[in-house]
Design a protein around this ligand. Structure first.
Ligand code: HEM
Length: 187
């Protein structure tokens, strides 16, 4: 993945636990990189190893780290670094979610070697939809849940998300149900 992902993990850890803990996590992960470059591609192993080591050092399950990272990604990395892209993708949570299938196409213009996830929305109602998540990477469903929670906070819209189905053996597809509380219409 692009270095910006590892940089964001670093930022999240340093924000809550300080630099000494981050150095310990990098050492535990066997990652010998001083400074991650946002525009450079790193092996996915680097990211997975950092999450695994963070789980050990902080004594927090990896799933919880991935959920926190999803929230951090939306509320800090995306909003602070790519506010324009985020604003353009929707003014409300449901609008943003409906535009999610096209979102990374725009991101790919900035990061041409991106290997993005794919999203599809079905069963759309006033207060819910099914989000289909496709990826060649494994083990990131809790990251997706954290991203949804972050989007709910970003829009000030209470949201709940539950996984409806996991992957078939050898598959690349997971399904989530996202429910939200509609905002009262502006007076
Ligand atoms: C402007 C904001 C965003 C940027 C710049 C961005 C960029 C990226 C980058 C660089 C990666 C790593 C993939 C690679 O390097 O090949 C990635 C992965 C991912 N992104 Fe985004 N992203 C953004 C917003 C979002 C949002 C809003 C969501 C969903 C709500 C999302 C969902 C994901 C997921 C699930 C992955 C994991 C990759 C996988 O499943 O294979 N991203 N994104």
């Amino acid at each position: 993945m692009y270095g910006m992902v590892n940089k964001a993990v670093e930022e999240m850890v340093c924000m809550h636990h300080g630099e000494a803990v981050w150095e310990e996590i990098k050492t535990r992960a066997g990652v010998d990189v001083d400074v991650f470059l946002s525009n450079e591609s790193y092996s996915d192993d680097v990211t997975y190893n950092l999450v695994g080591a963070a789980s050990q050092v902080l004594n927090v399950p990896a799933d919880a780290i991935l959920r926190s990272f999803g929230e951090h990604w939306v509320l800090h990395t995306a909003q602070e670094g790519y506010g324009g892209l985020m604003h353009a993708a929707g003014r409300t949570l449901p609008e943003f979610l409906r535009n999610l299938p096209n979102f990374h196409a725009r991101v790919s213009m900035i990061f041409p070697k991106l290997q993005p996830p794919r999203f599809q929305c079905t069963d759309v109602t006033e207060t819910s939809l099914k989000l289909h998540y496709y990826s060649h990477r494994e083990g990131l469903s809790q990251f997706v849940i954290g991203l949804m929670q972050g989007l709910g906070k970003m829009f000030g819209t209470p949201v709940s998300i539950r996984q409806l189905s996991g992957r078939e053996p050898g598959g690349d597809h997971e399904v989530f149900e996202v429910n939200w509380t509609p905002k009262p219409a502006a007076a």
